[in-house]
Design a protein around this ligand. Sequence first.
Ligand code: SAH
Length: 229
Amino acid sequence: MKIAVMGAMVEEITPLLERFKEYERVEFGGNRFYTLKYKGIDVTIAYSKIGKVNAALTASILINRFGAQKLLFSGVAGAVDETLHIGDLIAADYLVQHDLDITVFGHPYGFVPEGKIFIKSDEQLLQIADKTASSLGLTLKRGIIATGDQFINSHEKKEWIKKTFNANAIEMEGAGVAFVCDALGIPFFILRAISDAADAKAGFDFDEFLQSSSKISADFIIAMLERMA
Ligand code: SAH
């Protein structure tokens, strides 16, 4: 089986590379891809750089060039839901683009013709995640992740995203990955550990917790890979 594990930032994949230690490095399309074998699984790890376009490009390369049959995303996000605190894990049930707006033509937010507003993550991978969480004694929330090309650090903007999409967390890549995987028929799973609350102090919190939350997310992904092996 070939599985891709991607993040957006180098900090998000560093705990994975540190865990696996031995890998080959391949450059393609302006990115670095790390390939290795883990318990019979061919794993390719990469970070895309920030934002939906970068994320979509990397997901496409992981699938079309590296032959990924499943894609797991590991990273950090801002919490919208007040029950989510720094370091908590959330797995996306659905993903949506909060900054996609042609509403002047009568369409809902997040929609373009022939598209969908919400993309559903793979149920089988979500179930593997649930089992992984219970075996580790961890709480894994499921919810809606809203993606856009903006770092959200404002109460008003966050409340608007919450009200419009019923979102639980906000980040900048998930929906890009989801749309690519959905179009190409590749099961995907998007995991985020909370780094900030997308509020006025989000920039400060993000810098403070990027490393620790990236590690929490990456450790969970490694436990999932073990279960899948
Ligand atoms: N400090 C970085 C930029 C981080 S952008 C630099 O200078 O290079 C934030 C990243 O973390 C994105 O990849 C996004 O997916 C995620 N993220 C975490 N909190 C977020 C928030 N409040 N709003 C949007 N994205 C957030």
